[in-house]
Write a protein that binds this ligand. Structure first.
Ligand SMILES: Nc1nc2c(ncn2[C@@H]2O[C@H](COP(=O)(O)OP(=O)(O)OP(=O)(O)O)[C@@H](O)[C@H]2O)c(=O)[nH]1
Length: 204
């Protein structure tokens, strides 16, 4: 396998309207934060960014979805292609946190079975209006067996880290290797080859 061979990962940003998905993506892509104006995403939008992990270029194709209910049927169609999901809530908005379970139910229904999920508590810079404690995010994440971080699309805290964690994830690396056609360990083939080598017919 060539050292700088590309790997592609489709990542989707999910969560209620206003939790900061678009800002999160802009912060990662351009290192900028546009404060004040809130322009709700209509339908779906995407941007690419290449990161390097262990000398391998990983092309992240990031889909920014609309959090508003009326666009759900549009975004459902894209779940199937996503290999990773960043699921955001807003630490200053309790209902966005309470809705995480509903989001996970949707994910369970529409996404690939082996999709990589990370839970993110965004707007961690606004500590004065915090409604959800960091421990509550951790507890929920543990319940579903997904990693968790608090982030800020405004200051950039943990934004790059979240995407790098996805690009680095062992599950996705393993799948990329398999897709590249590297032989994987097949227990059945192994047993068959051992049978052939053995002169004794009682090999189990
Ligand atoms: N203080 C602070 N404000 C944020 C942060 N992230 C987003 N915002 C603000 O929250 C509002 C909503 O941000 P968006 O990124 O547009 O939200 P969204 O999740 O993409 O919303 P939809 O497109 O409707 O799904 C904007 O006014 C942002 O300026 C953050 O980390 N900290």
């Amino acid at each position: 396998r060539k050292l700088n061979e590309d790997r592609r990962v489709k990542v989707m940003l999910l969560g209620d309207s206003g939790v900061g998905k678009t800002c999160f993506l802009i912060q990662f892509k351009d290192g900028a934060f546009l404060s004040g104006t809130f322009i709700a995403t209509v339908g779906i939008d995407f941007r690419n960014k290449v990161v390097t992990v262990d000398g391998v270029r990983v092309k992240l194709q990031i889909w920014d979805t609309a959090g508003q209910e009326r666009f759900r049927s549009v975004t459902h169609a894209y779940y199937r292609d996503a290999q990773a999901l960043l699921l955001l809530y807003d630490i200053t908005n309790k209902s966005s946190f309470d809705n995480i379970r509903a989001w996970l139910t949707e994910i369970n229904e529409y996404a690939q079975r082996d999709v990589v999920i990370m839970l993110l508590g965004n707007k961690a810079d606004v500590s004065s209006e915090r409604e959800i404690r960091s421990e509550d995010g951790e507890t929920l994440a543990r319940e579903y067996g997904v990693p968790f971080m608090e982030t800020s699309a405004k200051t950039g805290m943990n934004v790059e880290l979240a995407f790098l964690a996805i690009a680095n994830s062992r599950e996705l690396k393993y799948r990329a290797r398999q897709q590249a056609g590297e032989p994987s360990f097949q227990i059945r083939d192994y047993v068959e080859s051992q049978k052939k080598r053995s002169s004794c017919c009682s090999f189990v």
